[in-house]
Ligand binder design. Sequence first.
Ligand code: PLP
Length: 389
Amino acid sequence: MSEMIYLDHAATTRTLPEVLEAMEPYQDIYYGNPSTIYEFGEKSREAIERARQIIARTIHARPEEIFFTSGGTESDNWALKEAVQLHKSRNGRRRAHILTTPIEHHAILNSCKELAQSDCDVSELKVDGSGRVILKDAEQAVMEHENVCLLSVMYANNEIGTIEPIDELGRMARKRNLIFHTDAVQAYGHLPIHVQRDHIDMLSASAHKFGGPKGVGFLYIRKEINLPAFVHGGAQESNRRAGTENVPGIVGMGKAAELAHRRMRMESSRIRYLRDYLSHRILQEIPDVIMTGNRKFRLSNNASFCFRGITGEAAAILLDTQGICVSSGSACSTGSLEDSHVLVAIGLDSEWAQGAVRITLGAENTKEQMDYTVEKLKMVVADMRGTAA
Ligand code: PLP
């Protein structure tokens, strides 16, 4: 196949042509600073507010509850760090306690690590073998620990695609008066989200995961949660996130949000069909392979596997030479391949975890590409195992 086959949509997506078109005028025609008082600046201000309204509508929030950020990482940092500050300001500087999961993205895990150095305790909830939080254990943990100020559980996992029981966790958090944050970076634009129904107090999202540009995202903060400002300076974003707004980026994110939600139902069933076709062939035609993550509660574009006896890293490199982009599950740390923290948390031993390959589908993928990928994957795995014919 002459064209590149891109199967790493959980890493990032192509900025959609309609999005680029919507952004363009805000680079070179309406480039006014939204904070200025003249009409030229007003154009930028209006465009930002339009995007805020679109995004609010997609999650059943109010526009004033949407705060623009530089992406998922910043939104996660803001939610966690300022929830701890809020707790301390309300509780006479008493130590805070965050409950989270061992399978979060590093934006959450490393923020927790940083907070644990000084301001707060962090406990991780147990997940089952598919990566789903065990509700009974979550309830137990909430009762056991004093000073819990925040529950942060991702909406859907970036490696194995498992969707968490967000509605039940939200209900539990509201009942216990905890702030509930969810990192929805992999879910927003792919799943319908209802912050009111599911009692979500804060939600992080990132434009480049759903057809928007890189370097822009948002944090939803329920109005009643008086989360402190994160970036200090000017009065932008209602005095809570200072800095001249990324107007083209915000406009692009608004357009991408609108398109993703308009196309969600059709697109997710098309992609699910391709994903199931690909998975079925891989599981049938390649020996010693398991699919990781939950079969039922799963992002429709995620197909993640562990192949015994190979390293996912080397498989990704070999597939790249065949024009196929996929991710491996392990991270290179001081010269050796560390098992993915997600796969360790779901109980996989190194023999399996080392062979992790994540395939995530998107708008441009076709059935023909699935067939080509299976053939190349069979070849690569057999070569690495030394079982090639
Ligand atoms: N959270 C999750 C679940 C992610 O998958 C990612 C990115 O892969 C992030 C947070 C970070 O988002 P960003 O790249 O916008 O900083």
